[in-house]
Design a protein around this ligand. Sequence first.
Ligand SMILES: Cc1cc2nc3c(=O)[nH]c(=O)nc-3n(C[C@H](O)[C@H](O)[C@H](O)COP(=O)(O)OP(=O)(O)OC[C@H]3O[C@@H](n4cnc5c(N)ncnc54)[C@H](O)[C@@H]3O)c2cc1C
Length: 274
Amino acid sequence: MISIDFDYYKPENIQEACDLMARFKTEKTNAVYYAGGTEVVSFIRKGTLKAKAVIDLKGIEEMAEIHANEDHVFVGANVSLNQAADFKPLEPMKAVLNKIGDRTIRNTLTIGGNICGKLPYREAILPLLASDANVIIAGEEGLSEKKLSEVFDMRLKLSGSEFVYGFSIPRNDQIKMYSKRIQSDIPIDYPILHLVGRWAEDRLFIGLSGFAGVPRYQWIEKDEFDQWQTPIDKLIGKFASMAKEDDRAGAEYRVHLLEYLLEDMLGGMENDQL
Ligand SMILES: Cc1cc2nc3c(=O)[nH]c(=O)nc-3n(C[C@H](O)[C@H](O)[C@H](O)COP(=O)(O)OP(=O)(O)OC[C@H]3O[C@@H](n4cnc5c(N)ncnc54)[C@H](O)[C@@H]3O)c2cc1C
């Protein structure tokens, strides 16, 4: 049950959505965008989100589209995690997306909601960053496309009435992505550590969810990597200080798991067995 009253809006285009949000900001009314709604509803129920207006982005039909041409895949922000994982041209991301929640909940969780959510995991950001994706942002001036890595710094930087319209991902069916996730014995649980890795032509991507308070990632140039005598130690050195303590695991344990997964990943990459 939801015990507070709020106004519900379902705009049909980006201008309408931005105008609504801009108006609420001017009026200092607490308004929130809404996609799958799982996080918004749960935060309202818990009382941690005191929204007076909810703007449902699902009325914008193009945001539910997913399609590909020879060069790029477009994924609308309202596409569910299942739709994205099952879309053949996104095969390299499938293993990562399929580890989020379970099949039933992934029908509701949207890719935009996962990335813009307030929870610390946001696992879908990792394969997008590893794929060099662009994010398409809707704002009062219309749509603008930016490199995701330029607007994601621990969280996606959106300003004013902006929201995520979708993602444009360079199409590369040959990408091999490493994805291993360690979690508790509970069947649906957040990761203690999810490591996503990818060798691009001249650089290595390492992305982590569950390890720190927010998703963290780095690209390491191949020239730098090749000079390292002990690559695992060097990689751990780049992330160790970010390890968090929580009721699932201590920081030291997380670093230990990171070492284990890095060994597994680099071993697999050497043998081309990702
Ligand atoms: C049972 C369950 C299991 C889960 N397991 C995992 C897991 O294993 N790993 C993981 O990473 N996450 C997990 N989650 C978290 C989930 O992915 C996030 O809570 C996500 O935000 C939910 O997506 P949604 O579409 O329901 O978002 P909503 O609740 O609609 O929105 C979430 C937030 O994003 C904002 N938002 C939504 N769409 C946009 C947009 N297009 N532009 C800008 N802002 C937007 C909203 O304003 C809100 O702040 C789980 C959630 C549930 C309910």
